[in-house]
Structures are given as C-alpha cells and as structure tokens.
Design a protein. Sequence first.
Length: 405
Amino acid sequence: MKILYVCHRFPFPPKRGGKIRPFNMIRHFARTHEVTVCSLVRSEAEAKEGEGLAAYCKRYEMVRVHDSVQSARMLARLPTSLSSSAGFFHSPELAQRIRKLAAREPFDLVMVHCAFVAHYVTHLRGTPKIMDFGDFDSQKWREYARYKPFPLSWGYALEAWKLEREEARIARQFDLCTATTRDEWETLESMRTGRPTDWFPNGVDSDFFAPTDKAYDPDRIVFLGRMDYYPNQECMFEFCAKVMPILRARRPATTLAIVGADPSPAVRELSKLPGVTVTGSVPDVRPYLHGAALMVAPLNIARGTQNKILESMAAGVPVVSSHLAAGGVDAIASDHLLAAKTPGEYAEAILHVLENPAERARLSRAGRARMLSHHAWPQSMRRLDAIVERCLSLSRSERALAAIS
C-alpha cells in the first residue's frame, strides 16, 4: 500500500512531542508499506538532522520555512474567520509539491497528523483519508486565554473559537478521525461531525527509557520539557514560587533541575533561586532523570499525552503530576503515579516520596509495569492497524454502494 503522510513538524529526530507520535507511525507503516512523508523544517540544522528520516520511509518532501514569514501569514488571518494557527504552518511550496505528488501517482491512504496541516490534502478525492488530531489545540488556546495578559488573552480566545469551528469542519472532510487519549476522543465525539472516530495512545520506548541500578540523589527532583513552550514555562514559574519554598523549609537539601531546550531569559532567571538549576539543552535527558528521586509535571495547561510522564515512568522514576496532566496517561493516580492540585498537595506528595524509599521503589515498579502494559508502541500500532483497516473497509463499502446506485 502507498501511504502519503503529512505532519506539521518534520518527524525526525523524534525528540519532542510533536515529532514522537508521527515518527513512530511512519516507522511502523514503512515496515510493510511505501510511505511518502511531507512536512516543514524551520532551520538548516533541523533540515540536516531530518535527513535521517530517509532510513524510515520510501521518500520525503522537506520544505524550509522562515518564522518571520510564517508569523506574517498568521497575523494576516487575525481579522478573518480563518485559523491563524493553520496560517503559521502553511507553505505554498509544500502545497504545490503535495498536489504534484497526488497527480503523479495514486495513493492508497492519506494520513495527516495535526489539524494545522489538514488543508494540504482536503482537496484530494477518491483516496481514503485519516485525520489524526492527536489533541485539540482549540481547547489549549482557550486555556492560554485564561493565563495570558490582555490583549494576548483576547487573541488566544479568538483563535480558540476559530479553531474549534475549523476542527469540526476538518473532521467532516476525512473518512475517519483519531485522537491520542480517551478524553480527547470524547472531545472529538462531542463535535458530532457524523464521521467515524477512534483513538490510539502514545507509546514510549521502554528499552531506551529503562531503569538503571545507579544511585540517585534522594533530595533531587527534576522537570523535563522544552522551555520555549508556554505551558512548561508557566508551571515552572508557579512551582518555583509556591512549592519550592515549602519543600526547602521542610527539607532544606531539596533541589530542582529544570531540563529542557531553549529556556527563555525569564526561565533562566529561575536558576538564581535557592536549589534551582536550569540546564538548557542537553544531549541526553536520561542521566538527569535517573539521578533524581522523582519527576514533577505540575502542568496547569495540558492536552493529550505528556510524553515526559511516559518516559519518566518507563525509566522507573516516580512522577508527581497535576491531575490535568495525569489525565492524558493511562495510569491510576496513587497506584502508578501521584497527582496533586494545590502547592500544599504537591509538597506533601513530593515529600512522601523523598522521605520514603520503599514508597519510591513501589511507584518505580508500578509505573514502569503500567508503561509496559498500556503505553507500549507495538500495542498502540496494532490499534492503529485496526483503525486503518476500518477506514479502508468503510471506503470500499462506500465505493460499492456508489457503483450500485
């Protein structure tokens, strides 16, 4: 089968959330099918790194865009009813390449990851199409509107309204639509688009993120995540201001390592606080993860699955998360990870682990076991295979009915 796969971020190397899910889908499909990947890059460095995708697909179409131009496209849509987010990911060159590809050879399936790039293939007719929303950015923008100051809050609220309408419109133009979690699937179902829907979870590379026998620092906690991403920034600002003082008052040796690429100047300022370290980009997050007693994920804005939680649990490092972020993981709070809401609750949960090695060991074993049973890529890809077969079967049935009528 020939598959055209379109995604909003070039899916190699799979170092961040927006690349991990599409890469694993592409790698899986390519084992038995011919996969053509079409996506964008934003720098020469990203383009160079992305060349490694050649080992996992038949071919790829990579188009370089510049953030200044894409930002202008985004701003141009503000006074219109069109989504500004899709404008940021639009490239006339990529659109032309996809049109030429589709005209030159027939594809048996079109797969799109992320609503922002759905517009590249909505014109295609006669080929089964699956829209993998992953999560719903309209809901995330709505949360941004609650945290951002005016007039940014107004801009995000407007974009949330536009994108919510756009997501429903997009869903109606695909044969089947998918999401990352059951909660996101329920959001998809609530749109009542009349299109078949399903979901399949993100997995985690449990061999790469495996536990280690090396000693950990019983006073160290860690946060993992790109630090140019607003939800990560916002939660670390609040955590350092409200939770760290409680922790250090009761356990003075407690330290926090904020590990993630591209920290903003404001994030770097956090390293001036007692016990806080901001690393910036690191070649491998595992030494920081394995060296900590636990990983915190106190996100106030979270949609879909937080890969940082999957990776930590797979590595046997206990997680203390917000209830919101924990909802994107197929795990049970208290059994496989700990969840909190207020600064006091976070402090109590963290200290409970730091002060009880036996409890840390229990959560370490339970968390990894849950990842192996519920968030392994092979199981997730089997669900995807069934979804693809369902889409193809529906398409065959529709063509048969059309031929009869």
